[in-house]
Design a protein around this ligand. Structure first.
Ligand code: SF4
Length: 82
């Protein structure tokens, strides 16, 4: 059965080195400021995040100091009987 994991919540732990990689990968969600990166206000809402799960996951992987954290909702695709 196919599974996908929409993102429900994303945040940044202390330690950002302001490299801008996350904003390049996912500018809808991450905004790099002078001393740290922040989550854009609209990205604090789960419905906004759900279609951006892959980009958020990519940004978290690319973060050189691994401070991007996120929670997912585990879903199962509805099964289609013949
Ligand atoms: S990728 Fe990580 S270190 Fe770079 S700006 Fe984003 S949160 Fe900060």
């Amino acid at each position: 059965m196919l599974r996908h994991k929409p993102v429900a919540k994303v945040w940044i732990d202390p330690g950002c080195i302001v490299c801008s990689a996350c904003e390049t990968t996912c500018p809808d969600v991450f905004e790099v400021r002078e001393t740290t990166c922040v989550i854009r206000p609209e990205a604090l809402h789960a419905p906004f995040l759900q279609s951006r799960g892959q980009m958020i996951s990519d940004a978290a992987e690319e973060c050189p100091v691994q401070v991007i954290k996120f929670e997912t909702i585990e879903c199962e695709e509805p099964s289609h009987s013949l």
